[in-house]
Design a protein around this ligand. Structure first.
Ligand code: FAD
Length: 383
């Protein structure tokens, strides 16, 4: 196990993670980004053109945007490893993270930017035919369904974006939605409804996904949510786009979560219920869920972590100063040697000891952290 204790480890390499890394790197905190083994770059790696990230009037391809974010953070010293954290020990002054490679990393602060995962329908057929006709990523898998009829399940922005994208390949796109109107933004909904390749199935719920044993999915069973009638719709593929769930199960309840499983932070900051642990992006936010909002909270998390480290450093210095003062006064009092002075000395030493025994604070004071953080603060305020 590496003995190195980092100032900041950022878990997640989506817009929140890379923005946190950029800010932490520019603050001289040498952040390590543990960016994910298979999902590095986050949700935007699965999309095409991003039209609403400021600074790109022509739009930018999602994976290109993530590459640029990574390059910008790395330019200032952020380090990235392509691993998943499989075990988090977030309590105490030094946080310990174990990855799928069985490596162990330690840090004084951790920024959780874990994003969210695709919500599943929870059907047996969905699990059986996952990656064999059932997909959660239109941009990754759409190409495989050229000239076939396919189904998209959902009615929000993701479903509509996916369905529109899939019209490039499919001969027909069946959009299956449980309600009688789309939840997607009006501009997207209008585009979808005007597309001649799209057929809407309103008030319809997927109750089964069918296929051949050992083969691929070839049909969905739909139930009318109003009449309860069921019928089978033959399709070559099924794209499930019914939303996301925060990736917080892995935290094992160490930080406070809300009723929907999102990390609770002390708004407007990013501090979680555990000191030194901050959270940013879609793992916190189930309202806005945008690249730019995730990036915004990533910046806040890095600044919060920096501030926390400075405070810890100041505490450690104060504790050492107090200890030294106590020592000096003890030396003086020993020379004088009166019983009354001896009592005072004991009291002062006791106080100093209490301060010094704040967990690991002396360790923090012994590192170059305070110099780094102070320099970082100065740098930031000068800009
Ligand atoms: C298809 C699609 C299209 C979209 N289009 C747009 C758009 O046009 N404009 C827009 O603003 N937003 C869009 N969004 C939303 C946007 O992508 C998200 O809001 C944004 O990516 C959230 O950023 P994040 O950093 O919080 O999480 P994510 O981008 O999801 O990143 C999470 C990161 O955490 C990592 N991770 C998770 N668990 C672990 C672990 N245990 N160990 C290590 N790493 C871990 C993952 O590997 C990943 O790198 C789209 C989303 C999707 C799915």
């Amino acid at each position: 196990m590496s003995e190195e204790i980092r100032d900041v480890i950022i878990v997640g390499s989506g817009p929140a993670g890379w923005t946190a890394a950029l800010y932490a790197a520019r603050a001289g905190l040498n952040p390590l980004v543990i960016g994910g083994a298979i999902d590095a770059g986050g949700a935007l790696m699965r999309t095409t053109t991003v039209e609403n990230f400021p600074g790109f009037p022509e739009g930018i391809f999602g994976p290109d945007l993530m590459t640029k974010m990574q390059e910008q953070a790395e330019k200032f010293g952020a380090e990235m490893i392509y691993e998943d954290v499989t075990d988090f020990q977030l309590e105490g002054d030094v946080k310990v993270l174990r990855t799928d490679d069985d490596a162990v990393y330690r840090a004084r602060t951790v920024i959780l930017s874990l994003g969210s995962a695709y919500r599943k329908l929870g059907l047996d057929g969905e699990a059986q035919f996952s990656a064999r006709g059932v997909s959660y990523c239109a941009t990754c898998d759409g190409f495989f369904f050229k000239d076939q009829e396919i189904a998209v399940v959902g009615g929000g922005d993701s479903a509509v974006t996916d369905a529109l994208f899939l019209t490039r390949f499919a001969s027909k796109v069946h959009v299956i939605h449980r309600r009688d109107e789309l939840r997607a933004s009006k501009i997207m909904a209008d585009r979808l409804l005007a597309d001649p390749k799209v057929e809407m199935h309103w008030n319809s719920q997927v109750v089964d996904i069918l296929g051949e044993d050992g083969g691929s999915a070839n049909a969905v069973v739909l139930r009318d949510t109003q009449t309860g009638e069921e019928h089978t719709l033959p399709v070559g593929g099924v794209f499930v786009a019914i939303g996301q769930e925060p990736r917080t199960d892995i935290l094992g309840g160490q930080v406070q979560l809300d009723d929907h499983g999102y990390i609770v932070v002390q708004e407007p900051g990013t501090a979680t219920s555990l000191p030194g642990v901050f959270a940013a992006g879609d793992v916190v936010d189930h309202v806005y869920c945008q690249a730019i909002t995730a990036a915004g909270t990533g910046a806040r998390a890095a600044l919060d972590a920096q501030h926390y480290l400075e405070q810890q450093s100041a505490l450690a210095l104060a504790a050492r100063q107090s200890l030294a003062d106590g020592q000096n006064s003890a030396d003086g009092q020993t020379t004088g040697g009166t019983p009354a002075a001896s009592d005072t000395q004991t009291a002062e030493n006791g106080q100093a000891k209490d301060n010094a025994s704040q967990p690991d604070s002396a360790v923090i004071g012994d590192t170059a952290l305070s110099a780094n953080s102070a320099a970082a603060s100065t740098g930031n305020s000068a800009e």
